[in-house]
Write a protein that binds this ligand. Structure first.
Ligand SMILES: [Ca+2]
Length: 338
């Protein structure tokens, strides 16, 4: 009997998964989109702006990217080698030098160290060169209609319509990556509405073509997510081969960003030193640091402070946040000469 029940339950699960996958309970795309348009107008979006939803079709390329699983997980070293390249370091230093006055004034206004602004700009879009050429509205409509993350992407679609309605960008120029990340800082529409800035005061928050707006938007994002100027992000460290990570894990894992599951509990740098962790203490100005649990068998890892969490709020991945920190440090130390 138990076996029959299990089989029957299994059958039911399979059946409901299949019907979700086939979208049996969904209206046709056009009907669904007409409903979204109506809701947008009810939310105060002008009919003219909402008409960008007329006659669009799902983008099969977007669903293809969304379904694609990564073939392998890169180690820290592989990830960093691929992203913090010599060419990127060189360009970041040149840009930092060339725009030092403006970057400094933005950094002062928002309380953010300017080398980090350049690091985000370099890693998000290679200094504005790769912003993505997909229609933001079409990509988000495709992903919102797809059953996997309807709620998330429907919210982003409404936010995108709001951005158009506010006139920051024209419908034709409203482009981004396949999943709706936009402009030189790759903000999702909801992040744009919360954090984007009009630094040059022309009335448009132009994260596609105006570097001052891009940099101020990055700085504002960090500022609103707890950034402390001059506190650094952390540093590369060596742990003893026998280091017992289990003994220093927190009792309760912080909710939210999943990368925090790979963080030990926080302690002053001196306490880590006493546990045999070796590092250069220069610039470690935060009161407490966590260790990032390294890849299996690795003894090189990172001691990370409060600003590291601000970086994770931008993109919740330890490897990403370390690459931002390392690139920023290389920019700061190489900003005056090459
Ligand atoms: Ca502007």
């Amino acid at each position: 009997m138990t076996r029959i029940l299990i089989s029957f339950t299994f059958f039911l699960c399979q059946f409901s998964l299949a019907s979700i996958a086939q979208g049996d309970d969904r209206p046709p795309f056009d009907t669904w989109l007409a409903g979204i348009k109506q809701q947008a107008i009810e939310r105060g979006i002008s009919a003219q702006t909402a008409s960008v939803l007329d006659d669009i079709e799902p983008d099969p390329r977007v669903l293809g990217f969304d379904r694609k699983q990564p073939e392998f997980v890169q180690t820290f070293e592989q990830y960093l080698t691929a992203r913090v390249t010599d060419a990127r370091i060189k360009t970041a230093r040149e840009q930092f030098r060339q725009h030092r006055a403006l970057l400094s004034s933005i950094g002062d206004k928002y309380g953010v160290d300017p080398q980090f602004i350049v690091a985000f700009w370099g890693l998000e879009s290679s200094f504005g060169r790769y912003q993505g050429k997909y229609s933001v509205v079409r990509s988000l409509a495709t992903l919102a209609y797809d059953p996997r993350r309807t709620t998330f992407f429907t919210k982003e679609l409404f936010a995108a319509l709001r951005i158009l309605d506010e006139g920051h960008v024209t419908p034709d120029a409203f482009t981004g990556g396949w999943a709706g990340a936009m402009g030189q800082n790759q903000f999702l529409p909801s992040s744009f509405l919360r954090y984007a800035q009009d630094f040059d005061g022309d009335g448009k928050k132009n994260i596609w073509n105006d570097e001052a707006d891009v940099w101020a938007s990055i700085a504002n994002y960090l500022s609103q997510n707890g950034w402390k100027k001059h506190a650094g992000w952390g540093t590369r460290v060596q742990v003893p081969a026998s280091f017992d990570f289990d003994a220093v894990m927190p009792e309760k894992v912080a909710s939210g960003c999943t990368a925090l599951k790979e963080h030990t509990r926080k302690m002053p740098a001196a306490k880590w030193k006493a546990l045999g962790v070796r590092f250069d203490p220069d610039g470690l100005n935060s009161s407490a640091y966590a260790l990032v649990v390294p890849d299996d068998g690795e003894t090189v890892t990172y001691l990370v402070g409060g600003n590291f969490r601000s970086i994770l709020s931008y993109n919740c991945a330890n490897k990403y946040a370390v690459s931002i920190g390392l690139l920023a440090d290389l920019v700061a130390e190489g900003g005056d000469d090459d």
